[in-house]
Design a protein. Sequence first.
Lengths: 317, 295
Amino acid sequence: MEQTNLQLNKPDSQTNEWDARLHHATRATREDWAGRGISYLCIGAIILVVASMLWFISSKGIATFTQNHVSVWKFLTGTNWAPDTGHIGAAPMIVGSFAVTFAAAIVATPFAIGTAIFMTEISPNRGRKLLQPVIELLVGIPSVVYGFIGLAVVVPFMRHLVGGSGFGIISATFVLFVMVLPTITSMTVDSLRAVPRYYKEASLALGATRWQTISRVILRSATSGILTAVIFGMARAFGEALAVQMVIGNAAVMPKNLISAASTLTSQLTSGIGDTIDGTLPNNALWSLALILLLMSLFFNALVRFIAKRGQLKHER
Amino acid sequence: MNAKQRDRVATVIIDLIVAAVVGILLFLLVYILSAGLPHVSWKFITGASDPMSGAGGIGVQLFNSFYLLVLTMLISIPISLGAGIYLAEYAKDNWRTSLIRSAIEVLSSLPSVVVGLFGFLLFVVKFKMGFSVISGAVALTFFNLPLLTRNIEESLSAVSRSQREAGLSLGLSKWKTEIGIILPVALPGIVTGVVLSAGRVFGEAAALIYTAGQSAPVTNFSDWNPMDPASPLNPMRPAETLAVHIWKINTEGMAENAAQLSAAASAILILAVLLFNLGARLLGNFLYRRVTASK
């Protein structure tokens, strides 16, 4: 009791000091505020970039429909692309983009799955040591170099094989196949590795051969991961610009077959945007192509999320 | 065919697939190097190119590539470091964070040509900065930020919790703990990621065609005043990089020996990327040994 009184009767200056210490931020707290501020600023900058990118490209892309009063349906389904004369049917580019994307994914997926199986199931140590650098190098080769090799090797080869100019969807498919292969492979490896070990052990203990285990247990339980990998590969193929532009021939006509010159959204954009004047119909039409690219990229993103969510649910059940 | 035979056949097929994949890479490397290296000479590496046909050397383009790379890294490393620290340390597990993460994911999945067009629209058209080094560097930053941020966040999150607790229990602020304790431990992973992304930036062309431009005006390499229009350091001059140069001579160039030129330029580009990959590995391992004192 005595002591409490003593403490209460402390001189004023000391009380104030305690008060100050308890009610004011320490150096560490102030430091933390500053640090928090810096990191908020950085993440805010990134968000600002994403938001303004979506805003600017969308507002430019819809000008074709709001200012030039072109109907969306006509734009998407029209097959005549001659912006200088007012004909802007984007169907040739849309079809071209989807054709090369699907073709590349279809060719690349078996190769990617085979390589991934080799790396995880057949030869986990040696295979990984050999193939990891191979995949990293394939990712590292710049797309213009892929385009150049396509131009120097694939196009003459196709010309020799089937005649014609050699430019076209099939050449673009060849080039994109190699470009999306590492993307699909490395993500498939991740999803195969995520399969619980005891699945494999249980299957082998039942007397299944290695291939039976791989095909009926491992691949099946990794399906959603592999699907995600393929979609990521498709997103990369859909957005690839220069390598495709160099080998596809850039003729804005509906592709009649796989070996005639065609064009994609990206190839038309790269070869066209510099030659048009800001604010005119030909320029706006190109921005609308960019908007389609943007929307497709968002769509691939959403699709990956959807598959991931469904995969999760299945595992929980 | 019984199960065992099927197993054997499947294994053979997988082996063939792997051989094909390795064969493709070997073919690519051997082709580029054998087609390109015979045409590489000191004069080619340092010489100027003809502005119309694109024939001649790649000296200015090579300099531009490195200059843009340095500028891009100067802008993007601090921002992604801050953003990475935010995601690893401060972000709570709520809807706001997941929105931020999706925004970063969207940015990383955007085609680089779209990023380049955005840079073109913002800097060249709206701000009237013209095709310039700085427009290119900022466009490359947009392209680089999401990957670098994710890499930094992963490296920081991989550091064990006990290190964080040790820092906090010493009375350090969260920020000080992150900068003084966690960051040094995470450094090897971060450096590896930075060097790998440098390789990506070095080879990028689609984002640069309409931001840094497609012309490489001959610059005066004895003038290092960044304010001077003729100086190589002037951030407002157009700067065609090596990757853009390869694209240009293949699509629009009039040079008679376009194939040799681009093979040689591709060989240089590939060698640079190989060096970046190798450097990332070596530097990462070296730093890891230094930081963890393990052998």
